[in-house]
Design a protein around this ligand. Structure first.
Ligand code: PMP
Length: 465
């Protein structure tokens, strides 16, 4: 008995992959011509591909492998749980020990009175739960017309019908009839790209006040909730100016609007606290969690909600749930992951060791001729590529052309760094050690150098007019 391993040459695997496997967020025909990178193993912060190349994973998979790859404890717990109770559901008045223990643990870790968890299989599912839950909450309180959710352009909350509608990605809205009704989007607090001549503080305040303007336009009695990531992840790791979140909190309080913090990326230590909400100083009514909850070892997500919301929702029947809500194997693995995070002081490691070390090195990349801004909070960072540092200019080429070139140089240098348009982003495993951070920075700088040379050669070092 063994894991499914690399049993054929890479080219064969690639051919089969493109023949039968449809990839998310990928142009299939392009990939068929090129062949997918086949990952066969991983340990610590390194991936190994089917040709035996070791690659430093500065994205922790998709922002999720927070404790790093290859932790036997999680595999052991999963195997034990599968033997004992591989599956049972939590519908119709039943429960099981792993889900009870995990819900209790999350209530303990979550701030304030966020003491109740509705489980899902992913972040998208959890955000779909949130849409239905906040609308049902207001309906049960006798305000059925309070059903609009406000979100932000360039937010990412998932790609299902509901969560994709909550998100503000135009590419997602363009396909499949999204957004669903009664979702409203305001602008994002991206000072670097959109702040013009204002200071970051002025801009942060102005962008937060767009929430108040929207509430007044739509009518306070129509707005159910505001949802946002404490720090936007997939939008390009956009760290809001310090003035932004306090103003958002003030507005939500003033107009009795529920605040949903999407902690799918920021949660479980990524920003140097257990939750991003603590880092930016907000008191959400609901937090969406997934990814780092299990360090990505098994799929699990959930909505952690306040005493008040739970008491209203639980006073009737919430006609909602997923076959895998509170799956016992996923719950047991998540619990073990949280145990490791706590016992190995991983959040402290981010706040006091890896975070500050990475910040110093990451910000040093700002001296590179191609880098307009290098920002980081905890272990999530971005750099904005620019043809003109002084003016924060965008490139004349289609957005993402330069980012893609840079990402390809990173791959060639055995580093996974992702691009969002012409921003490069990282979100490494939280357990990354200083010597591994040195390698990350060395490879990132080399890739930037090579990208810069290529742009010069190809005549792409040109500002948009
Ligand atoms: N919310 C945020 C902030 C995310 O980053 C993501 C995934 N990148 C999701 C929700 C969706 O999670 P999933 O892919 O597990 O559905």
């Amino acid at each position: 008995m063994s894991a499914i391993t690399n049993h054929m040459p890479t080219a064969e695997l690639q051919k089969l992959d493109s023949a039968h496997h449809m990839h998310p967020f990928t142009t299939g025909s392009e990939l068929a011509a090129k062949g997918a990178r086949v990952i066969t193993r991983a340990k610590g912060v390194y991936l190994t591909d089917s040709d035996g190349v070791e690659i430093l994973d500065a994205m922790a998979g998709l922002w999720c492998v927070n404790i790093g790859y290859g932790r036997d404890e999680l595999a052991e717990v999963a195997a034990r749980q599968m033997r004992e109770l591989p599956y049972y559901n939590t519908f119709f008045q039943t429960t099981h020990v792993p889900v009870i223990a995990l819900a209790q643990k999350l209530a303990e870790l979550a701030p304030g009175d966020l003491n109740h968890v509705f489980f899902a299989g992913s972040g998208s599912e959890a955000n779909d739960t949130n849409i239905r839950m906040v609308r049902t909450y207001w309906q049960m309180k006798g305000k059925p017309e309070k059903n609009i959710l406000i979100s932000r352009k360039n937010a990412y909350h998932g790609s299902s019908m509901g969560s994709g509608s909550l998100g503000g990605m135009s590419g997602i809205h363009a396909q499949g009839g999204l957004p669903i009704p009664n979702i409203h989007h305001i602008n994002q607090p991206d000072w670097y790209s959109e702040g013009g001549q204002s200071t970051p503080e002025e801009f942060g305040l102005a962008r937060a006040q767009e929430l108040e303007t929207a509430i007044l336009e739509l009518g306070e009695e129509r707005v159910a909730a505001f949802i946002a990531e404490p720090i936007q992840g997939a939008g390009g790791v956009i760290i809001p100016p310090s003035t932004y979140w306090p103003e958002i909190q003030r507005i939500c309080d003033k107009y009795d609007i529920l605040l949903i913090a999407d902690e799918v990326i920021c949660g479980f230590g990524r920003t140097g606290n257990w939750f991003g909400s603590e880092t930016v100083g907000i008191r959400p009514d609901i937090m969406t969690v997934a990814k780092g909850l299990s360090s990505g070892y098994v799929p699990i997500g959930g909505s952690i909600v306040s005493d008040e919301i739970a008491s209203v929702i639980d006073s009737g029947e919430f006609n909602h749930g997923y076959t895998y809500s509170g799956h016992p194997v996923a719950a047991a693995v998540a619990l073990e992951n949280l145990r490791i995070l706590e016992e190995e002081n991983v959040v402290d490691h981010v706040r006091n060791v890896a975070g500050p070390y990475l910040k110093e090195k990451w910000e040093s990349l700002a001296d590179h001729p191609l880098v307009g801004e290098a920002k980081i909070e905890g272990m999530m960072g971005s750099i904005a590529l620019t043809p003109n540092k002084a003016t924060r200019a965008k490139f004349a080429s289609d957005p993402g052309t330069v980012g893609y070139i840079c990402r390809e140089r990173c791959f060639a240098n055995a580093l996974v760094m992702r691009h969002v348009g012409d921003r490069m982003i990282i979100s490494p495993p939280l357990v990354m050690r200083p010597e591994e951070i040195d390698i990350l920075i060395e490879r990132a700088r080399l890739s930037l150098d090579e990208c810069y040379e290529k742009l010069k050669e190809d005549g792409l070092l040109v500002s948009a007019s």
